[in-house]
Design a protein around this ligand. Structure first.
Ligand code: PFF
Length: 453
């Protein structure tokens, strides 16, 4: 029998899928995906990425879902309940730490999107400008990005404090469909730009000679980052799922939505990159902020006002997509503090916001005044990204899949997957195989190869 607790719940199935997809779809798809595709050679990287999504990230997502619903707890609480007294509880703490690191650097980029929304809506992204210069002068400004970073974190804080149903679910249902619609329109605009074919070739014709060890590690990190798996974010969300939520089909829907959005972002950015002089595919974190203003300006050159409105709307939706993800990262530590120390959500959320603000400021300054401070060639921002996406997430995913595949009582796994016998058991053996063998071995091999290869 399931215990009735005072924890929040998602009210509808659509709410479950949209909130989880809201966590997955975000800057990772629209900003990070094109950036890493550009840095790692295009089509071949995308194929490797898709393999990781299907065979590693999807099964781990299901594992997280079933750990969360089984324990009805935040990520640390889930490990404590399901593996009491075991060192595996450390994986829960690692998740909380990674969530804070990601939220800190993520809010910096989300702050940039807030600024670009403002610039578009006040007609300041006009066609005569050099958008590379606009971008670099903004990010190296000592205080402007900090203002937008703080604004974004406060927005996230506000939604998280409102709770699960009135906050997270309500806003996700509204924002996600709007975002999908505008992405489709942008794909069409971008495909019609002069020289777009070269971009399409970059995305569609794989060159496997470009697949090196680091490309494979990057693809794995991107798959976990994009689907929000490995750090207990989805464990926390699924602790709010109902008994009737179908875990496998929800995970499949989330993966599909997330992958479609990521690939479509590629189809927005790369045709545009190749049609604009002076922008290269490996422009790094600024790629989206430099190329898209060109797309808007060229597409709407006859009626510039339309361009401003359209780009304003796009960046606004990007802010919203970032918000549905940032609230899920925030929720990891807020739920942890509130559950563990019996704090009010409001107070727990204040602590998380304050810590992320301080760390976020350090990340933001690493693009400007602190640019010279690097370790092994990487600044604070790059370190946070590296530690979370390429270390914490795969390590978390490794232990989560080993735990669910080998250690968790298999009757409980089966009950969760079949909703206590209400759903057919067809996919159970396939899931078990992926969770036991494919996911842990896949992650381990990529790691070992990177470390010792
Ligand atoms: N998946 C999000 C994105 O693609 O933007 C980022 C993210 C959200 C990572 C939540 C980790 C997380 F726990």
């Amino acid at each position: 029998m399931e215990k009735v607790t005072g924890r929040g719940r998602f009210a509808t199935h659509l709410g479950v899928v949209l909130a989880s997809a809201g966590s997955a779809v975000g800057l990772g798809n629209i900003w990070r995906f094109p950036t890493v595709v550009g840095d790692n050679g295009g089509a071949a990287f995308i194929l490797v990425y898709l393999g990781f999504v299907l065979f590693l990230a999807l099964p781990v997502m299901v594992c997280e879902f079933l750990m969360g619903r089984s324990s009805r707890s935040n990520t640390v609480g889930a490990w404590k309940k399901l593996a009491p007294g075991s060192p595996l509880v450390a994986v829960g703490y690692l998740g909380v730490l990674a969530g804070v690191l990601i939220l800190s650097f993520y809010s910096v980029i989300a702050g940039w999107t807030l600024d670009y929304t403002y610039l578009s809506l006040t007609c300041r992204l006009s066609g005569e400008q050099n958008f590379s210069e606009v971008f670099s002068s903004f990010v190296s400004n000592p205080w402007k990005p900090l203002v937008f970073l703080s604004l974004f974190l406060l927005l996230t804080h506000w939604i998280v404090v409102r709770g699960v149903e009135r906050g997270i679910e309500k806003y996700s249902k509204l924002m996600m469909p709007l975002l999908l619609l505008i992405i489709v329109v942008l794909v069409v605009c971008s495909a019609n730009m002069p020289g777009a074919e070269e971009g399409l070739t970059f995305l569609l014709r794989p060159d496997f000679s470009k697949v090196t060890r680091s490309v494979v590690l990057n693809a794995m990190g991107q798959a976990f980052f994009s689907l929000s798996v490995g750090i207990g974010c989805l464990t926390t969300y699924s602790s709010y799922f109902n008994r009737s939520t179908r875990l496998v089909s929800s995970a499949l829907s989330v993966c599909m939505i997330d992958t479609v959005v990521a690939v479509m972002s590629g189809f927005i950015i790369f045709p545009a990159v190749f049609s604009v002089q002076g922008v290269s595919v490996d422009a790094g974190p600024g790629l989206v902020f430099i190329t898209l203003p060109y797309v808007f300006n060229m597409t709407f050159s006859a009626v510039p006002v339309l361009g401003y409105i359209f780009s304003g709307l796009f960046y606004l939706l990007l802010v919203l997509a970032a918000l549905t993800s940032s609230i899920s990262m925030h929720e990891i530590s807020t739920a942890f503090l509130a559950d563990t120390y019996h704090m009010k959500r409001r107070h727990a959320a204040c602590i998380v916001t304050a810590v992320c603000l301080v760390l976020g400021i350090a990340c933001s300054l690493s693009f400007g005044p602190w640019k010279a401070y690097t370790l092994c060639g990487m600044g604070v921002f790059d370190w946070f990204d590296y530690l979370s996406a390429k270390l914490c997430m795969p390590i978390g995913a490794l232990f989560i899949s080993i735990f669910v595949g080998w250690i968790m009582p298999q009757q409980e796994v089966r009950d969760q997957l079949t909703n206590w016998g209400a759903l057919p058991v067809r996919l159970y053996s396939l899931f078990r195989f992926l969770a036991r063998w494919v996911a842990p071995l896949g992650v381990a091999i990529v790691f070992i190869n990177e470390l010792f290869g």
